[in-house]
Design a protein around this ligand. Structure first.
Ligand code: NAG
Ligand code: NAG
Ligand code: NAG
Ligand code: NAG
Ligand code: NAG
Length: 359
């Protein structure tokens, strides 16, 4: 249901996103139309999936979705037609996938995978970064953000993302935390009709009702930074204390990354955190699925034995994905919740190799 078939180009640039490899990256804004039902109560923990019609309302709107599209100058036949749609988590933007500081060059998943012949589109989610931010944060709930992501995936299959760019036949959804929950929500809603040909869900395990990460980790953005966000709906929030997003071992990440993180953090809707129990519902999605979690993820793993027995964890997670082609859980040793932002490049390399199998 895309109103407009053409991407709006902001600017085109030919930049090196990785040492040695040449990639073309462009920033663009794609108009995406969504028409969905959201819960009238934005704190509904199942994001409306268990609601009757009288407790839902319609959101019918067109949003501008900002993204950074990267494609290798030389596309190998193996990866022709494959694109990774990268979906960041709450309080981040597309920059999560490509920390821009020179020193962090080899943290960039977009660069790393481009180097290996894979195209990607890293988007700013609805409400974040340079994408549209609805005035009312309660319009930004999983039904809306997930519809944005899946409409975008359909768009990538139907319309060249840039004039003359290759047409994509396979879309791999790769999420981080809240971005993984969006892809999970979409998999529940769309099942076998999903436009995604494979999913890699990082930093997102099942959250049983009432057991989510504490909302106290979030503050209203307008209180946290009145100068920048003073006019926002108070339901737009930011994670002010980033400590839990990193491994507890301070030598596992660069002190510079914390500064980068501080300068690039952004807002998200509090519903993103309120509605995570959606992950405890079954999906009929049929493609291959891999979940990746860091052994030092302070929100999901540390302080529990949950991520120690990978076979048990896999069995527990797999139950909700009965129709998938394949299902795997990987515990990336040493990685924290923000697995892209720690020294442990293995997580990134692993993701890329997964795409080799999933794509
Ligand atoms: C619909 O859901 C609401 C809220 O959960 C509930 O109060 C109401 O009784 C339900 N209505 C019907 C017809 O089931
Ligand atoms: C946001 O929209 C909902 C549903 O239309 C409404 O109930 C609520 O009052 C709105 N909030 C603000 C701050 O306008
Ligand atoms: C941030 O969170 C960590 C871990 O919960 C805590 O130890 C620390 O005191 C917090 N920092 C601030 C400034 O609140
Ligand atoms: C984050 O950046 C703000 C300025 O935007 C600064 O005042 C604050 O001290 C920084 N915090 C950290 C932890 O670097
Ligand atoms: C990143 O690159 C720097 C400089 O080339 C190198 O010293 C460092 O070991 C690399 N880090 C990882 C995790 O690959």
């Amino acid at each position: 249901m895309l109103l407009c078939a053409l991407s709006v180009l902001l600017y085109l640039s030919h930049i090196h996103v990785a040492s040695g490899a040449s990639c073309s990256c462009s920033s663009l804004v794609i108009p995406v139309h969504v028409n969905v039902l959201v819960p009238k109560d934005p704190t509904d923990i199942f994001a409306g999936l268990k609601s009757n019609a009288s407790s839902l309302r319609r959101v019918d709107d067109t949003y501008g979705v900002y993204g950074v599209f990267c494609q290798p100058d030389t596309i190998s036949p193996k990866n022709a037609g494959v694109i990774q749609l990268l979906v960041h988590g709450l309080s981040y933007t597309s920059q999560y996938w490509s920390p821009p500081v020179e020193e962090f060059r080899n943290y960039s998943y977009a660069a790393f995978s481009c180097d290996r012949g894979l195209s990607s589109l890293a988007i700013d989610c609805l409400g974040a970064g340079l994408s549209s931010r609805p005035v009312n944060a309660s319009d930004v709930q999983y039904p809306t953000s997930a519809a944005v992501v899946s409409q975008l995936a359909r768009h990538l299959k139907n319309v060249p993302v840039l004039p003359g760019a290759q047409q994509f036949k396979k879309i791999i959804g790769i999420g981080h935390a809240g971005g993984s929950f969006m892809l999970n929500f979409d998999a529940i809603v769309e099942g076998a009709r999903s436009p995604f040909d494979g999913l890699i869900l990082t930093s997102a395990l099942i959250v049983e009702p009432g057991t989510g990460p504490p909302l106290s980790l979030l503050s209203s953005a307008r209180d946290a930074d009145p100068l920048r966000w003073g006019n926002l709906d108070p339901a737009y929030v930011i994670a002010t204390n980033r400590t839990l997003l990193y491994p507890s071992d301070p030598t596992a990440f660069s002190p510079h990354m914390v500064i980068f993180d501080n300068f690039t953090k952004d807002v998200g809707s509090v519903s993103t955190a309120d509605q995570v129990a959606l992950t405890s519902l079954t999906t009929r999605y049929t493609g291959p699925v891999v979940k990746v979690v860091g052994s030092e993820d302070q929100l999901f793993c540390t302080g529990t034995r949950r991520c120690v027995d990978v076979a048990a964890l896999t069995a527990a997670e797999r139950v909700l994905w009965p129709a998938v082609q394949s299902f795997e859980v990987v515990v990336a040793q040493g990685s924290g919740h923000d697995m892209n932002l720690v020294f442990c490049a293995r997580a990134i390399q692993y993701l890329c190799s997964l795409c080799g199998t999933v794509c």
